[in-house]
Design a binder for this molecule. Structure first.
Ligand code: ZN
Ligand code: MN
Length: 146
């Protein structure tokens, strides 16, 4: 009998370990650039390619999810439980929304086997909403002065 192919070895260099540790339990949905900027302080020799390649192999192993809600850049999520995402269109913060029950969309064709879903919600977070409220107040005050 043929032995099953071993899962491709994941060599744990100190840099890769730092990336793993940074991602563990991280709910901020960092981009590759965010991770690189954060870890470069501690590992000045770390290259962006190391970050990128580590993320790719984690994706390949199914240990990480790529979130596509932010149009400009891929964001990464170690949270593997099914959940939805909420994006602040002002600051780009992504918030996890738990999936209470598997979604059954209306209009699902008969006999279609649904495997998973990830609903994207867009809005303005409370912090950005407050800032915009303040800006409006300021511009109203200026107009009043005239
Ligand atoms: Zn915001
Ligand atoms: Mn998430």
């Amino acid at each position: 009998m043929k032995k099953p192919a071993p899962k491709k070895a994941f060599r744990l260099t100190p840099q890769r370990e730092a990336i793993l540790r940074f991602l563990e339990g991280n709910t901020s949905h960092p981009s590759a650039e965010d991770i690189y900027a954060r870890l470069r302080r501690k590992f000045p020799g770390m290259s962006f390619a190391t970050v990128y390649n580590t993320l790719q192999s984690l994706l390949g192993r199914g240990d990480l999810i790529e979130v596509r809600i932010d149009r400009g850049r891929a964001r990464f999520d170690p949270g593997l439980k099914p959940h939805h995402h909420l994006l602040c269109v002002r600051c780009g913060a992504i918030t996890d929304l738990p999936e209470r029950a598997p979604v059954r969309p209306a209009g699902l064709p008969r006999g279609y086997r649904l495997l998973s879903s990830n609903i994207e919600f867009y809005g303005i977070c409370p912090a950005c909403g407050k800032k915009e409220g303040r800006r409006e107040e300021l511009s109203c005050a200026k107009k009043r002065k005239k």
